[in-house]
Design a protein around this ligand. Sequence first.
Ligand code: NAD
Length: 494
Amino acid sequence: MSQVDAAKVVATCRESFLKGNVKTYDQRKHHLECLLNFIKDHEKDMVDALKQDIRKPSTESIGFEIAFARNETINALNNLHEWMQKEKVEKPFLMVGKDVHIQSEPLGVVLIISAWNYPVQLILHPLIGAIAAGNTVVMKPSELSPATANVFEKYLHNYLDKDCFTVVKGGVPETTALLAQRFDHIMYTGGSNVAKIVMKAAAEHLTPVTLELGGKSPVYVDKDCDFYTVGRRITWGRYVNTGQTCIAPDYILVHRDVQDKLVSAIKDAVKEFYGENPKESKDYGRIVNDRHFKRLVKLLESGTVEMGGETDETEKYIAPTMLVDVKPDDPVMQEEVFGPILPIMKVGDVDEAVNFINSREKPLSMYAFSNNKKVVESVLHRTTSGGFTGNDVLMHAAVDSLPFGGIGNSGMGAYHGKHSFDAFSHKRAVVIGDQKLESLNAIRYPPYSEKKDSWLFWLLSKSRKSGKASVIIYGALLCAIVGFMLKFYNVVKI
Ligand code: NAD
């Protein structure tokens, strides 16, 4: 795609936006319903494409991608009317009688650049939010999941007007050409190095960005745990989608007294989930490409292989692997693993775990396991991350009322549910008054005087929140003052 073609795509979407083709409640609802039909009609095409791209098991394709996107669309349809309403806000005394509110407005043309690991969900979720918020959209699926990108390119335009919602396939050149254009918002999902390219391009036009990135999401495992349960939950979170999940447990900090119990529970769970030979399991996928395969094989040199470690380059297969005796400066601890390798490090207590976590970049997700609530809360309150789940993994991302996003190196901005609507809306501050009682404004106009100053100061000063009784006293006092002012400026004759 040349810059000229990219400019044309954006110009068409902008024209549709300015014509008002996606703005009203009925239009947004219609587009969301069309999207819902696309999801229903092409479920099988998407499942097949995901199998082709990454050997994703059907259950994971449906559970993590298609049903998830369908529910997100239904949630938007159920709540759209309410989301679009003006939001009344508390107003100061000086605004009494005026209509003061926040109006959520569409931004314009939104660019969605997405990653390959959940290629259906990562296009559809932002698209749902952008439609609900009344925008036109240019979508750029990842070139590393080409079969899924083909499904979008081939079928989506049968449901959604191409002049409003356009799929552009391609890799770096196409994304670069798009990024040279002026958008009203860019949402990027992927690695942090490319995020910097995206942000620089956006800065040229002062375009706001949402960056959904990755990073190393830690897990703390305490002494006081049911290891059978913890082992199964961590195993599922680490090896689902062959470990290629942005919020997967990336490494474990385990209390040194219980490492053996945890290791043995994870081994049992891997056998239970994927059998004696995971390579033959229909429920275990493959690494997306050679580059990632080679990168992951290098990480196997860190620590000691306690489980797995088998690889097959021709199939891009890496067995579910666990590494122990891992050191903080080992290669596997320097980058997000993003594959089926689980490094484990021993710690003396929760304080050591918290200090370790806080010495690193802010993670996208964090997990803590303990039967002692205080331990889980201690990790929660003394660290930060995009999201947090206690005694389980991934679950905070499954709640559509919770914002999904990172912090610091793991991203900026958030989406899902109403948060997507907000991410793609401008919150416009609105005050609408009338032209009456102009004499009351006299105190804000020159010529200024000490008397006006003291009135203004008094009227503008905020007071601390107080109990009901003082509100009544305050109210009465304010009425008296207004009465006095009206008299003072000869508005009323008392
Ligand atoms: P990727 O290779 O698919 O790249 C993402 C997008 O960036 C693609 O559309 C690609 O075309 C584009 N791109 C790549 N290089 C570019 C360049 N030089 N200039 C412009 N555009 C370019 O995905 P990836 O980067 O391998 O994604 C993996 C990362 O994404 C991991 O860190 C993972 O944790 C993170 N991720 C985060 C989330 C989230 O929701 N926070 C979800 C999925 C993945």
